[in-house]
Design a protein around this ligand. Structure first.
Ligand code: DOR
Length: 454
């Protein structure tokens, strides 16, 4: 059905685009992939036509589509966990129009050939857009820098050794200097490996109780502190991946105040969970960096609200049951996130308009700016990159029904409130969970009319 539709009419939708100061119940019209009208009554005179789909969207939210700075799509090399097509389909179902793919694939994305292959596969998939993040160092070994000029030319938007941390200060300095020549931020997985050998979870009272080896906060803080000094010294852009400690947040806040070009992201799991979630040795809660204590979680929430945390990033890290249905000490770290992030975070931050607007900014506008792409916008003349969200739908992510190939999330079967119903990416409808839902009706002239909520 969606194949023939070229005119989309959203009536009475709550359109929110904080970057434009927009939060209004209005109509939005999308014609051949472009937003052509936004405003109260803007769709009044749009006549029903065979190529049109009219959606009575009262009670639904229209948002600029999301941009994920941090996902592991596992292709090439580990396609049994995820591949580019399944990862981008999951992204579309989660409201994402753009996804950055980390380079810890097999082979590592440290060459033009891998970067180009990933982009080709994404084009074939035709869902959300993929932006490769190339490695900082060859083979993620922390020694020799990659050919960043070539990687940039091939389409990389940033560099990172994620999963590994660049330990050498000299290599990190050169990476910052080199990447800045090509306008790319260096994205650090901040972990002093000497301090985390054999670590299984956050080091604290809970790890002592469970008898698991600890990953102390200071292992993150040391690297963030060092890197901020280096970034300031050489005048380069630096991004902290999955920040997890209140100490690192404090360092980042101070550096921002001094004018250092630093940005950072937080994941849904670090914003929602603490090390207490590991009490049952639940391998789905094993992540790197580990879930911290409630003081860290609350500091992250505060930092998201005040803008110290620029972006929410999923760190979507699919693993199969082979890597997760095992002893805790053997389990691979990581959780999936692309399909759940909005539903998980809107109830936490959405109670007040200011929090909701900041969350939308952190899911869409800010991350787009960090990787230097045009931020999705709800504005006449903009390409349609939009997420239609139902804040009231209750659902449970189940074994079946997720687009990702993997199921490693502690939120499987949890009751969530709020769900992405449609996503447009690059002017195309790439996810449609309205068609076939209750309230869908035909108008008799080929126009589909879908009821929202009164
Ligand atoms: O939990 C994690 N999983 N953290 C990382 O840094 C890597 C990721 C993965 O690739 O599975």
């Amino acid at each position: 059905m969606t194949g023939q539709v070229s005119l989309w009419v959203l009536r009475d939708v709550r359109a929110m685009d904080p970057a434009r100061g927009l939060d209004q119940s209005c109509d939005v019209v999308i014609d051949h992939g472009l937003i052509v009208r936004v405003g109260v009554g803007a769709a009044r005179d749009v006549a029903a036509a065979p190529n049109a789909r009219i959606i009575n969207a009262q009670g639904l939210w229209l948002l600029p589509a999301f941009v994920d700075l941090h996902a592991h799509l596992r292709e090439p090399g580990h396609e049994y966990k995820e591949d580019i097509a399944s990862g981008l389909a999951a992204a579309a179902a989660g409201g994402y129009a753009h996804v950055c793919a980390m380079p810890n694939t097999s082979p590592v994305n440290d060459t033009r050939a891998v970067t180009e292959m990933m982009r080709r596969r994404a084009q074939e998939a035709g869902a959300a857009a993929l932006h490769p993040i190339a490695a900082i160092t060859r083979g993620l070994r922390g020694e020799h820098l990659t050919e960043m000029a070539e990687l940039r030319e091939a389409g990389a938007v940033a560099v990172s050794d994620d999963g590994h941390c660049v330990q050498s200060s000299a290599v990190m300095r050169r990476a910052l200097e080199y990447a800045s020549n090509f306008g790319m931020p260096v994205m650090q997985h901040a972990e002093a490996h000497e301090l985390t050998v054999g670590a299984e979870m956050h080091e604290g009272a809970v790890s002592a109780r469970l008898g698991l080896r600890g990953w102390p906060r200071v292992a993150e803080d040391i690297i963030v502190g060092r890197d901020l000094l280096l970034a300031e010294y050489v005048g380069a852009r630096y991004h902290v991946l999955h920040v997890s400690t209140r100490g690192a947040l404090q360092l980042i806040r101070q550096a921002k105040d001094r004018g250092v070009q630093v940005s950072c992201e937080a994941t849904p799991h670090h914003l929602l969970l603490t090390d207490e979630a590991l009490v049952g040795y639940d391998t789905s809660c094993r992540v790197n960096p580990p879930l911290r204590e409630s003081a860290d979680m609350l500091a992250l929430r505060e930092a998201l609200l005040d803008g110290t945390v620029d972006a929410v990033a999923t760190d979507h890290a699919p693993h199969s049951s082979l890597e997760k249905d095992c002893e805790f000490s053997q389990a691979a770290p990581g959780v999936i996130g692309l399909e759940l992030t909005a539903a998980l975070l809107v109830p936490v931050f959405g109670a007040q308009a200011a929090g909701l607007h900041r969350l939308i900014d952190a899911l869409s506008t800010r991350p787009a700016k960090i990787i230097g792409i045009a931020p999705p916008a709800i504005a006449e003349g903009s390409i349609a990159e939009l997420t239609l969200f139902d804040p009231n739908e209750r659902w449970r992510p189940a074994e079946t029904g997720l687009r990702s190939k993997s199921r490693n999330t502690p939120f499987l079967n949890a009751e969530l409130k709020g769900r992405v119903r449609m996503t447009w990416a690059q002017g195309r409808l790439v996810h449609d969970a309205l068609a076939g839902s209750a309230g869908v009706g035909g108008s008799g002239d080929g126009t589909a009319v879908v009821g929202g909520r009164a």
